[in-house]
Write a protein of this length. Structure first.
Length: 676
């Protein structure tokens, strides 16, 4: 519902109060279970105005015991109500005129409600109890200028002020109007555009807003009522604007509807003053006209839109709103900057020294130089680890605060690495050797193996029939005669036999020699390297152990010797995070001389195991940062063609060797933050 804003020709006094919906009965209905009947509840705080005095009226249920105390700088009166609870929705009421600038209230302690009356000057006061209400009267001094002001013709003070209806679910600020006689009020003229009753200029958005009356004086009173209501939102608006992030402005002003055409900007800002209750001051360079149509837009958003559209900006200081052109504000900022520079140039510099305990002076001076004034400088004395600072006095506390924050003891970290190398090997070799020879009846046919394949190591002694075939001529030794071994048909022995079986047979017409040889080997190896180092936070640490191998080189007839590390090395840079974990840039390397590879010009081969990574580990936790697993399996078969492939019988005609090797390499790392 829209309300016209006519000219404020007359003057009246506004009495603003904060009232709970439902009155005293609603307050009592909301008392928690177990509350005593003697507990006091403050349900209404109001400012009233009379010709010669102002009053603060505090109403509630139960007996209100008040203790008053006057405070200065600024001038104010503090009212503490013992054993009382504050049951109001608003915590601030703007003042109407001197001596009351405003009233603030809050629950000072669970059993004490506090009401603070802000005053313009030291004013005598008197406290009176009127039924369940406590009234504080302030005497006013009428100046000669006030007596010459235009009087306002109105009736006597009403005993029962009228209150705008309110809803208990949505409590709002109630405004009560009292009419008094011979009260001075300022007069000002508005342009014709703002005094035409047929044009709707601006209105507060209220669900139950009454239709504006035809009486100009009553319309003026209603406009001032709405202005007082809007003024109570200023404090909340300022607090919300301070907490709002840049780029996400949140508007909290009362919604208004505006329809203006070719209106002077100054008149629009006067309208903002009436709606918000803020004191508005305009820069002399603010000029121009305004055409705007807005429907139910917060008044502070409407103000920002108008300022942006006309190249203006605002400054809010307390309840005073200053509006100026951006060029004016820019020149003022530049003037303030030049003034600050000039004042800094005029101040004589001072020289101080600061001793560092943990940080290096040569390193810290480069950081601190960025915070000096143009006249400042910092030198470092490495011998005493001191900083020599020369600058204006206002900069020295800033530098001291930075030194206090940066020159702190660093935490230390112990890093333990483990290099585990495990190897396994298995080999198996099974072979066979056998030969046979025989003759037919009468010795006309002889069969056996060729001697070029191999000869049986078994020799025939005295009394044993010689085989039909022999590999070498018979040998005689004294009274005994031996015969060479039997030629072999299959000669596939194990490479390096560790076990074997022999079977032989001799007769005048047939001889057999059978050898089965086998070998099997297993091996398990384990190598553990465990370097450990302690370093400060964000400082690199290196620990190594091993051999340096000299290498001689000749370049341009110049002989030089270089050394190559064959060492176990741990290189790590830890960083302690805010969560208590440790982030590490780590290098673990284990390099050894490999004697299994022939040297080249006396230079040995190197066997290297290394891992380099960046990892985050919990304090005291262990993590595997790398691993290598190498497995190798080899099977070799030597056999007699065709016969070696036969099932079962083929084992007598082949030799088979199996070799299996595996090697595992793991890198473990464990950081521990040292307490203290």
């Amino acid at each position: 519902m829209k309300t016209n804003w006519p000219a404020l020709r007359g003057g009246c006094l506004i009495v603003a109060s904060i009232v709970l919906g439902g009155g005293l009965a609603a307050v009592r209905a909301q008392e928690p279970a177990g509350a005593t009947s003697t507990a006091a509840v403050i349900s209404s705080v109001a400012i009233t105005q009379e010709p010669q005095r102002a009053a603060i009226r505090v109403e509630g249920a139960g007996r209100l015991d008040v203790h008053a105390a006057r405070m200065q700088n600024p001038e104010r009166l503090v009212l503490d109500f013992s054993g009382a609870r504050l049951e109001v929705q608003k915590t601030a009421i703007p003042g109407v005129s001197a001596p009351v600038r405003g009233v603030r209230m809050g629950q000072f302690r669970p059993d004490i409600a506090r009401v603070v009356v802000d005053l313009t000057q030291e004013t005598p006061y008197q406290i009176a109890h009127e039924g369940d209400a406590v009234v504080v009267y302030f005497q006013m001094q009428v100046t000669p200028d006030a007596s010459q002001a235009a009087p306002v013709n109105s009736t006597a003070v009403t005993t029962a002020p009228k209150t705008i209806p309110y809803d208990t679910k949505s409590p709002r600020t109630a405004v009560r109007v009292s009419k008094v006689s011979n009260v001075p009020a300022p007069r000002f003229a508005l342009p014709n555009e703002l005094t035409q009753p047929s044009v709707v200029l601006a209105s507060l958005h209220e669900k139950d807003q009454p239709v504006p009356p035809a009486d100009p004086q009553q319309a003026s009173q209603q406009a001032m009522q709405q202005a007082a209501t809007a003024a109570t939102t200023v404090a909340a608006q300022q607090a919300s604007a301070a907490a709002t992030a840049p780029g996400a402005v949140r508007y909290t002003g009362e919604p208004i509807s505006v329809n203006l055409k070719d209106v002077d900007l100054k008149d629009f800002f006067r309208l903002i003053h009436e709606i918000s209750g803020l004191n508005v001051v305009l820069d002399p360079n603010v000029k121009g006209t305004l055409t705007i149509v807005l429907d139910e837009v917060p008044w502070d958003q409407a103000l920002d839109i108008v300022l942006q559209n006309n190249g203006l900006d605002k400054q809010l200081n307390g309840n005073v709103l200053r509006i100026a052109t951006r060029e004016t504000l820019k020149k003022e900022a530049e003037t303030q900057r030049d003034l600050a520079i000039a004042q800094a140039q005029a101040v004589a510099p001072v020289t101080v020294t600061r001793v560092l305990s943990y940080a290096k002076a040569a390193t810290m001076k480069d950081t601190l130089k960025k915070f000096l004034s143009p006249r400042g400088d910092i030198l470092s004395d490495d011998r005493s680890n001191q900083l020599i600072i020369r600058d204006i006095p206002s900069v020295i506390p800033i530098i001291d605060n930075l030194i206090h924050q940066l020159d702190r003891k660093s935490q230390q970290v112990e890093i333990e690495a483990r290099v585990v190398s495990a190897s396994r090997s298995f080999s198996q070799d099974i072979g066979v050797q056998w030969g046979f020879a025989g003759t037919t009846t009468g010795g006309r046919s002889i069969f056996g193996g060729p001697a070029s394949v191999g000869v049986s190591p078994v020799q025939t002694g005295t009394g044993i029939p010689s085989p039909p075939l022999v590999g070498t001529p018979s040998q005689s030794s004294g009274s005994s005669t031996t015969t060479a071994g039997l030629p072999l048909n299959v000669n596939l022995p194990a490479g390096v036999p560790s076990s074997g079986f022999y079977f032989g047979h001799r007769s005048p017409n047939f001889a057999v020699d059978l050898f089965i040889t086998a070998a099997e080997a297993k091996g398990v190896g384990k190598l553990l390297s465990k370097p450990k180092v302690i370093t400060q936070n964000n400082e690199k640490a290196i620990v190594k152990q091993g051999t340096k191998i000299p290498i001689q080189t000749t370049i341009n007839n110049t002989i030089s010797v270089q050394y190559i590390d064959a060492v176990l090395q741990l290189e790590v840079t830890p960083q302690i995070t805010a969560e208590g974990t440790v982030f590490m840039d780590v290098l673990v390397e284990n390099t050894q001389i490999d004697n299994g590879i022939p040297r080249v010009e006396g230079i040995p081969a190197l066997d290297t195991q290394a891992a380099q990574t960046k990892v985050t580990v919990a304090d005291g936790g262990t993590v595997v940062i790398g691993g290598i697993i190498v497995s190798q399996q080899q099977t070799n078969v030597n056999q007699v063609p065709i016969l070696g492939s036969l099932p079962v019988i083929g084992y007598l005609f082949r030799e088979q060797s199996v070799n299996v090797t595996s090697q595992e390499l793991l890198f473990f790392i464990t950081p521990r933050i040292i307490p203290g």
